[in-house]
Ligand binder design. Structure first.
Ligand code: NAP
Length: 304
């Protein structure tokens, strides 16, 4: 019943000197439902006041299939214009490389254009972490690396990451990239456990990448389990949640954070109370037995 090592209260983005909180807040749904800049500011304050300093957005957030590209970034830009002091309190992460109606474009010309457009919408001079959102199969990694290096050299970007890349796509980009890659952002949750056994997290540890987990509650499915397998996962999480007096969502974040790769869950809630509650995950302790019980429930079969 040995306790796992508690997550570090402060860390850095990969091997960079950029200090981050061990849990992030995501703004995928920030511009939904006509949210005003005042309401968005309340959410930003909720995250920062709870010590959640890594804020994750993307140029595509707000896109509804026809329009809205850039809306989430623009809304955050309004918040930062109204309260410029907020900028220095956050590590600002965004993403680009998805280009509707194409699926993806990471040609050097488009990436340079996309980075400038994100800076304009966010109304900032520098993006702390720029991530390629999804890999463009038609872009040579050497060309992508060159475009990203140019943006770093000109001071537009401080650090670089990827999302939804395969391990070999990461290897290829890292091979050509001069500044270190600092993050990878796959989907990870107690309902999406591939990366624990497919080598993704091993690669992150080997390369010194911080894994940022998107949809850490399975997009909310963990709060509304329907299948027998999902219910088993929920039961294993609830045992720990109830014993330690936290919510199931907090138990799920802390389960991810107990992994030695230093997974940073990205809270997806757009409720000030639920964002702030996420910070409690730092105080939850896992034993090996309880941790493996969640994994086994998610696998649907025992480990060998
Ligand atoms: P999630 O945490 O798995 O799901 C969040 C959803 O669960 C929200 O709709 C939230 O609703 C709901 N929810 C219900 N009960 C909740 C509770 N007790 N606590 C918290 N949430 C609860 O995360 P996600 O929104 O799918 O993704 C999180 C972030 O990951 C995004 O904002 C984005 O930054 C990133 N992301 C990245 C990619 C990528 O391809 N790189 C893809 C998807 C997401 P309320 O808002 O009402 O709380």
């Amino acid at each position: 019943m040995t306790d796992l090592t508690p997550p570090a209260a402060e860390r850095h983005l990969g091997t960079s000197d950029i200090a981050i909180s061990p849990i992030a807040w995501g703004m995928w749904r920030l511009a939904d439902n006509g949210r005003s800049a005042g309401e968005a500011a309340r959410l930003v304050h909720a995250a920062l006041d709870a010590g959640i300093t890594l804020l994750d957005t993307a140029d595509i957030y707000g896109f509804d299939g026809e329009g809205g590209f850039g809306d989430a970034e623009s809304l955050l830009g309004e918040v930062l214009t109204a309260e410029p002091g907020l900028r220095g309190r956050m590590v600002l992460a965004t993403k680009g490389g998805i280009r509707p109606p194409l699926p993806y474009d990471q040609s050097p010309a488009y990436l340079a254009e996309a980075i400038d457009a994100s800076l304009r919408r966010l109304k900032v001079e520098t993006i702390d972490l720029y991530q390629i959102h999804r890999p463009d199969i038609l872009a040579h990694p050497q060309e992508v690396a060159r475009a990203l290096e140019d943006a770093v050299a000109s001071g537009k970007i401080r650090a670089l990451g990827v999302s939804n890349f395969t391990q070999s796509q990461i290897e290829a980009l890292v091979h050509f990239l001069d500044p270190p890659l600092v993050t990878t952002q796959p989907e990870i949750s107690p309902l999406r456990i591939d990366c624990f056994e497919n080598g993704e997290l091993d690669q992150a540890m080997r390369l010194g990448l911080t894994p940022m987990a998107w949809s850490p509650l399975g997009g909310g499915r963990l709060l509304n389990a329907e299948s027998e397998r999902d219910k088993q996962v929920v039961a294993a999480l609830d045992l720990v949640a109830n014993a330690q007096g936290v919510s199931r969502a907090v138990a799920a974040y802390s389960w991810l954070m107990a992994h030695p790769a230093g997974i940073v869950p990205i809270i997806g809630s757009q409720s000030a109370e639920r964002i702030a509650e996420g910070a409690e995950a730092l105080g939850v302790r896992w034993t090996r037995q309880d941790w493996y019980a969640v994994l086994v429930a998610a696998r649907g079969e025992d480990l060998p």
